[in-house]
Structure formats: structure tokens, C-alpha cells
Design a binder for this molecule. Structure first.
Ligand code: SAM
Length: 261
């Protein structure tokens, strides 16, 4: 089919067969597993995935592509097509018995961050997720404290998941060719959170506030939430900047704050 790629749906279709092969080689799909693909597009990853004898649900927003996919994969009994927006999709409703979902997607870049957080609301029913994202976003997700890329996305994603960059993908691998490099990231939700927190909203508040003024010391950037004396009591140096703090230190601070609703 001739499909005019739509910018508003973030459509850059994978063309490079080596990259598709490498993705399949890295995800280790096993027969019988339950997978969900977000944004299957023209089916570049869908077809080789189906050949692995997995159970595959796909969620696609573009109605023209939904019609195309329905026709293209109509003979596959292990294939279920959902027409709709992945941002509102109830992934937990797909789960049968004790299974966990494995998720994959070459994600539309414009919605990747909200989509990641939507998926993390259902982290308990997800085994792992492999996503193609802008390389810059993958680097931020995986960044360690002390790095310039370390920020809110790193801390919040690392609270929920083990993060691992798999490999970079150059722009020429897609049609149309995007302006930026891409990369594959593997996210594996933790069985147990790596640190204790009272409420995710409190952690989010501390992290967002600290990084909104990342060049200031936390004594200044966090002064509305916590006093210098409290930071010292927690054994956290108030002259540090947000980028020097570990997830454990952000969690510790979050125990000492309240949010006024
Ligand atoms: N998986 C295909 C590939 O690798 O060639 C297409 C990837 S393209 C970057 C992103 C796909 O996500 C497109 O098919 C687009 O229509 C779809 N999409 C965009 N926004 C979406 C949304 N909110 N929910 C579900 N699919 C979406």
C-alpha cells in the first residue's frame, strides 16, 4: 500500500532489515508469550514478531493503518488489532491469569514520555518493555547521578524500572528520515521498588522541584519543601546540586515533605 507518513502521528517507518533483525535478536521472544506492540505502523516489527509464535496484541491510532493491518495480518490467529490511542489504552485488561505482558514499540516521539508514565501505572503486569526512542531520551532515562543527562526522567524511570540502553539506530534506518538519532532501550519493572517511598507524588514533587532549578544548590531549590537543617540531619549535603543526588537521597527527602492540595 502507498501510505503518506503523517507527522502528527510521529510516523517514521523502520526500513532497515538489519536493525529489525537486531531488535528481534535482542528481545528473545519465546513461543506462547503475550506481547503488545504499540504503533505497529506498516508492520515492520509485527510480522517477524508473529513468526515467533507469540500471542500479539497491537494498538494503532491511525485508522488507515488499522485497515491496512487488519487485511495484512488477517490470517494470523495469534494477532489481535486494537484501534485507538495507546495513551488511554487499558493494558491491564489484556492480561490473562498470572501472565505478564511484554511490550514493544517504535514509539511516536511526541508522546513517548507520557506514554512511558501511562505504562508504568500498570508496571505490576508488565514483564519488560523494549522501545525505540530518540537517543537523547534513552540517554536521559539511563543516566547516572553526576551526569549532565541525569534528571527527572532518569530518577522517576529508575524508581520503577531497571533501565538498559540496547543499541543506537541511525536516522537512515527510517522512512521518512528523522532529524535525530534513535536508540533502543530495555525497561524491566522492578519486582520490589529499589527504595521505600510513602507516595509517588511526594517523590515526583521533590525531583521536579530540584531539577526545575538544576543549577542551584538544593538548599535553595528545595527551600520551600525542606530546611537546610533537615537536609543536614538526613546526612545530605545542602550545597549539592540536584544532579548529584541519588534516587535513595531523593526518596529520603520525600519522607520529610507534605504537599498542600
Ligand atoms: N512500528 C512501525 C515501524 O517501526 O515502522 C511504526 C513506527 S512509527 C514511529 C509510530 C507508530 O505509532 C505509527 O504507526 C503511528 O500511527 C502510531 N501512533 C502514533 N500515536 C499513537 C498513539 N497515541 N497510540 C497508538 N499508536 C500511535
Amino acid at each position: 500500500m502507498v501510505h503518506q507518513a503523517r507527522k502528527r502521528f510521529g510516523q517514521n517507518f523502520l526500513q532497515d532489515h538489519n536493525i529489525i533483525y537486531n531488535i528481534l535478536a535482542n528481545i528473545h521472544a519465546q513461543a506462547g508469550e503475550h506481547w503488545v506492540e504499540i504503533g505497529p505502523g506498516l508492520g515492520a516489527i509485527t510480522e517477524p514478531l508473529l513468526q515467533e509464535n507469540i500471542i500479539l496484541d497491537v494498538v494503532e491510532l491511525d485508522r488507515d493503518l488499522v485497515s491496512f493491518l487488519a487485511e495484512k495480518f488477517r490470517q494470523w490467529e495469534n494477532f489481535t488489532l486494537h484501534s485507538g490511542d495507546a495513551l488511554n489504552f487499558d493494558f491491564s485488561a489484556l492480561v490473562k491469569k498470572d501472565e505478564k505482558l511484554r511490550i514493544i514499540g517504535n514509539l511516536p516521539y511526541n508522546i513517548s514520555t507520557p506514554l512511558l508514565f501511562h505504562l508504568l501505572d500498570n508496571a505490576y503486569c508488565i514483564e519488560d518493555m523494549h522501545f525505540m526512542l530518540q537517543k537523547e531520551v534513552v540517554d536521559r532515562i539511563c543516566a547516572d547521578p553526576g551526569s549532565k543527562k541525569y534528571g527527572r526522567l532518569s530518577v522517576m524511570m529508575q524508581y520503577f524500572c531497571a533501565t538498559e540502553k540496547v543499541f543506537d539506530v541511525p536516522p537512515e534506518s527510517f522512512d521518512p528520515v528523522p532529524k535525530v538519532m534513535s536508540a533502543i532501550v530495555k525497561l524491566t519493572p522492578h519486582e520490589q521498588p529499589p527504595v521505600e517511598i510513602d507516595d509517588i507524588k511526594l517523590l515526583n514533587k521533590v525531583v521536579t522541584t530540584a531539577f526545575s532549578q538544576r543549577r542551584k544548590t538544593i538548599r535553595n531549590s528545595l527551600k520551600k519543601l525542606v530546611t537546610e537543617a533537615q537536609l543536614i540531619e538526613m546526612n545530605i549535603d545542602p550545597t549539592l546540586r540536584a544532579e548529584a543526588l541519588s534516587l535513595a537521597e531523593f526518596a529520603l527527602i520525600s519522607h520529610h515533605i507534605v504537599i498542600e492540595e
